[in-house]
Design a protein around this ligand. Structure first.
Ligand code: ATP
Ligand code: MG
Length: 251
């Protein structure tokens, strides 16, 4: 990683790529995760590789939902672990929320590697190691989850998630928060709160709001007002409008 000079105009993006590539070699990231990352990068270019105002508002709503939740869970997959393991652990501790390793392309070996990585970074009580429940409406290993983790969660954050699984979680009656750079993905359209931003920026943003709410003793009523005034579809339209305006004003 030391090879990339900080002055390089695409420094952050290159460092992120190196992380994904390194964790692919380590068996943390699945090969399809490389493709998903590329798709994410393309959309990051479109929003200007920084948090746009509507995505900051989505992060605020996510923080409010987390603080109102009885049993919040953060789901971690290979790409999430590669890019934001430390930040997800910090967020989970701040809320507090549970962490579950939950993989689309599940293998015992990959789960164990991700759990080892998270443990090394200080995570305690990681769920998903021995899944003992299934998410209805989806098939095979993709449906496996932890009874005391995602299965019984009321609010679940599923960053960089597949559309089918997001839909199945919604059908279970859960409040679903996602982080997805593609505002057009099925996940983005299905979730209750879609943060269209890079996970590397979105997780610290959610945490900043959680800290801010706690510090200012924001009441449950106020948090509920923030949640109630949220319209995810409207926000996705705003993201698309931001992108089109931005593109039209570039040259
Ligand atoms: P869907 O199944 O929701 O229709 P998809 O099949 O196109 O979407 P998946 O591979 O299932 O995509 O999900 C990964 C999603 O994560 C993609 O929409 C991709 O744009 C997004 N993504 C990839 N890397 C990042 C990142 N670093 N930050 C935020 N989002 C990302
Ligand atoms: Mg998909």
């Amino acid at each position: 990683m030391g090879k990339i000079p900080k002055s390089h105009p695409r420094y952050k993006s290159l460092i992120t790529r190196e992380k994904i590539s390194k964790e692919f070699k380590n068996g943390i990231v699945h090969e399809t995760g490389l493709i998903a990352h590329g798709r994410g990068e393309a959309f990051d270019y479109l929003i200007g590789e920084k948090t746009i105002p509507s995505s900051m508002r989505a992060a605020k709503v996510a923080a409010a939902l987390f603080l109102l939740a009885k049993n919040p869970v953060i789901s971690i997959n290979g790409n999430v672990a590669a890019l934001s393991a430390k930040e997800c652990i910090e967020l989970a501790k701040t809320i507090p929320a549970k962490i579950e390793v939950n993989l689309f392309h599940r293998t015992k070996a990959r789960v164990e590697k991700i759990v080892a990585m998270l443990s090394k970074l200080g995570a305690i009580g990681i769920y998903g190691v021995k899944p003992d429940a299934v998410i209805p409406f989806i098939e095979h290993d993709r449906a496996l989850c932890d009874k005391n983790g995602i299965y019984s969660a009321d609010v679940v954050l599923v960053p960089l998630e597949d559309g089918d699984r997001c839909e199945a979680l919604k059908k279970m009656g859960k409040t679903v928060i996602t982080i997805d750079l593609n505002p057009l993905s099925r996940t983005a359209k299905t979730a209750d709160v879609t943060i269209v931003d890079n996970i590397t920026r979105a997780i610290p943003n959610i945490r900043k709001w959680v800290v801010n709410f706690k510090k200012n003793h924001v009441s449950e009523e106020e948090l509920q007002n923030i949640v109630d005034s949220w319209d995810n579809k409207k926000n996705l339209k705003e993201v698309l409008s931001f992108i089109s305006k931005r593109i039209n004003s570039l040259f």
